[in-house]
Design a protein around this ligand. Structure first.
Ligand code: ZN
Ligand code: ZN
Length: 370
């Protein structure tokens, strides 16, 4: 059994400043003098703040964090850079700082700021200062994980798998989907997760043909497949696992679909290595399902990056070009969804290593009979 009852590893001091240095090194190419970070996961990544409101202004060799009075004490404890508490609008404080420093070109996260916030900021800044839209820069840095981040993802994955075991130990076919989902969430919290990384999916029989099914009040029942997709959040870091188990005796066609998906999942895992394009990993899974005549029922991409968010770049889709690098944490999760009949998905969290990959998820992928 995995021991999840110890404190999770933490990010060493100094790592945040390193990350900001890497970001600032991109300023010249982006034609900016400072970068305003408004996405909370990116803020957490760059200065350690874990609260729900803030903005981070990154300058070459400097950074200032802004928040509201609820977070004065917390930001002083968590941030490794100076933190300012702003009365009223947080962005108002940011605008005053930018104007006082007379920064000519400020990059902002175009895909991570509301229209309203952008307009507000523009209205508060002198017309001579330029707001430059930038997209995905911090996310790009976040794709390759540090040793400390890998340790956290590993711990999150182990906790998640342990919660699955503990919940299944209490499983009965008379349970409703929502009862099992609650049991899973409870076990995660008991094991030290601060919560789930996303809403737990429990879907039995033909309901599993909905790739993102919500747990219902229907009884799970017998002689069918049971899909569970779950992830924990541990010290901010996500895990993600799907297992499809069999309650009682599933039909032979259901078993055949299971084994085809398992073969596809293993083929995609075998393809993961540094230097490969993500669409090639997707192809490895898809070609197995095509061969089984099931390709048209695989309606999503093969996987995604994960870390401080459950879905991060790179997306392992059919047309995606990014190249895998050592230190990336991704999921491999092909699935087959036959509407009204059956759904199977098998998902592991996988770490790209120097030579290939390491499947972090310890849970067996053999068809489990409940
Ligand atoms: Zn998942
Ligand atoms: Zn996933």
């Amino acid at each position: 059994m995995v021991n999840c009852e110890r404190l999770p590893p933490s990010i060493p001091t100094g790592e945040f400043a390193d990350r900001r240095r890497k970001l600032a090194a991109r300023f010249r190419r982006l034609k900016i003098d400072a970068f305003l970070v408004t996405a909370l996961p990116n803020i957490r990544y760059l200065c350690g703040f874990t609260g729900s409101n803030g903005a981070l202004l990154v300058l070459p060799g400097d950074a200032v964090f802004f928040t509201d009075p609820r977070y004065t004490t917390q930001s002083a404890q968590e941030c490794d850079c100076p933190a300012q508490t702003v009365e009223g609008s947080t962005l108002g404080g940011v605008a005053r700082e930018i104007a006082s420093r007379n920064i000519p070109r400020i990059g902002f996260e175009r895909n991570r700021i509301s229209f309203l916030a952008h307009d507000f900021l523009r209205g508060k800044l002198p017309a001579t200062l330029n707001l430059i839209p930038v997209e995905g820069e911090v996310e790009k840095l976040r794709m390759v994980k540090s040793q400390a981040e890998i340790a956290l993802i590993r711990a999150s994955v182990q906790l998640n798998s342990e919660a699955y075991e503990r919940a299944l130990a209490r499983f009965k076919p008379t349970m409703r989907e929502c009862d099992l989902a609650l049991e899973i969430d409870l076990q995660m919290r008991r094991l030290g997760a601060e919560g789930t990384a996303f809403e737990t999916i429990v879907a039995a029989g033909e309901r599993a043909a909905l790739p993102h099914a919500r747990p219902t009040h229907q009884k799970i029942g017998a002689n069918r497949l049971l899909l569970v997709d779950m992830g924990a959040s541990l010290d901010g870091y996500a895990s993600d696992m799907t297992r499809t188990a069999a309650v009682g005796k599933p039909s032979q066609p259901d078993r055949d679909v299971y084994h085809a998906v398992l073969e596809a999942q293993r083929a995609a895992v075998a393809a993961v290595k540094p230097g490969i394009r993500v669409h090639e990993v997707d192809r490895a899974a898809r070609s197995v399902l095509d061969r089984h005549g099931l390709g048209s029922f695989f309606v999503h991409s093969t996987g995604h990056g994960l870390g401080l968010e459950i879905h991060e770049p790179p997306r392992l889709g059919q047309k995606e070009k990014p190249v895998l690098e050592e230190g990336m944490a991704i999921t491999i999760e092909p699935g087959v969804y036959r509407p009204g009949q059956v759904g199977v998905r098998i998902e592991d969290t996988v770490l790209v290593t120097a030579r290939g990959c390491e499947v972090l998820t310890p849970t067996s992928k053999e068809l489990r009979l409940l």
